[in-house]
Design a protein around this ligand. Sequence first.
Ligand SMILES: Cc1cc2nc3c(=O)[nH]c(=O)nc-3n(C[C@H](O)[C@H](O)[C@H](O)COP(=O)(O)OP(=O)(O)OC[C@H]3O[C@@H](n4cnc5c(N)ncnc54)[C@H](O)[C@@H]3O)c2cc1C
Ligand code: FES
Length: 336
Amino acid sequence: MSVITLSGTGVSWPCDDGDTIMRSALRAGLGFPYECNVGSCGNCRFDLLEGEIEELRTDAPGLSERDRGRGRRLGCQARPLSDCAVKLRLMPHYESRFRPVRQAATLTATRDITHDIREFRFKLETPAPFLSGQYALLTLPGVEGSRAYSMASTGDQADEWHFQIRRVPNGAATTKLFDGLKAGDHIEIDGPYGMAYLREDAPRDIICLAGGSGLSPMISITRAAAVSPALAGRRIDFIYGGRAARDIGGKEMLEELPGFGSTIHYHPVVSGMPEEEDGWNGYRGFAHEVAAKLFAERLPECEIYFAGPPMMGQAIQKMLIDLGVPPAQVHFDQFY
Ligand SMILES: Cc1cc2nc3c(=O)[nH]c(=O)nc-3n(C[C@H](O)[C@H](O)[C@H](O)COP(=O)(O)OP(=O)(O)OC[C@H]3O[C@@H](n4cnc5c(N)ncnc54)[C@H](O)[C@@H]3O)c2cc1C
Ligand code: FES
């Protein structure tokens, strides 16, 4: 175990062997800024003043050569090899409601949602609650590094976490998940993480925008919002975008919720060009275009959650800024 000291503050915390500086800070209840947890966003940068670390991902896109030259490192990728002194600004906003825990989990079942999205259900060794919309890090045997996946279930089911995961062609983790794991196999799960969780203290109508791999956290948020007493009677619009008709899914999970068709509305949208007999009679375009068309004036009055590929995230953010939606009402953890 190493001790990490925050320079000039008197704050310090323990970091277990194998853990990272940022994750150990969150486990200690501290607000260490972060977002992706996989070395891509750069939000967890800190100054290493003293001590030695090992970088888990040496090619992490979140750290430039310039940063490195100035002694900066990524908290999510920095594993201490000695006691360390660091400099950064803690922010209460990042303190975890439920502190993340690393533990073993067992795959209990899988089911297909679309041709390339599958739900994976893992039983945790020790039940752990989370907020709807949060994610966990999965460490898979034979795969270098861990990957972030959002839960589709809700925190009420603290002993079994469900993840809806899109297969990435030749992707290291998704190939292992889809082709190399069977019921009864063990992996390591570390979580919960993430700031894009359901705000039950914001009694506004809700808009969930999901594309491709972003289905899972939006399903979790809608499931929790549908039964939240604080949000009773609030309208929830769920827009799900895919490239082709066969990419569209999720409706059957929403249909099971109280209020489907009255307060909960599902709007699937396909972005690819019409193919002959693709059988698609619904919206065509991108999810953010449909949101702008259907809800333009209402958007600034709503709480907005979104998840999906980086290009989609950028398009949604631009649309929301253009329409004057207050940033405090918009919640997302960028996928990488
Ligand atoms: C916050 C968050 C939530 C996400 N939620 C979901 C979800 O619910 N469903 C879903 O389908 N996808 C989700 N993703 C995407 C997912 O984490 C993977 O990027 C995706 O499944 C591809 O992984 P792969 O290993 O198959 O592909 P690869 O092409 O092998 O790896 C791609 C990604 O893995 C990461 N990576 C690569 N090497 C390393 C390493 N050594 N250490 C750590 N990270 C590395 C990088 O982020 C890279 O973009 C999420 C991503 C983030 C950041
Ligand atoms: S780079 Fe560490 S949280 Fe994104």
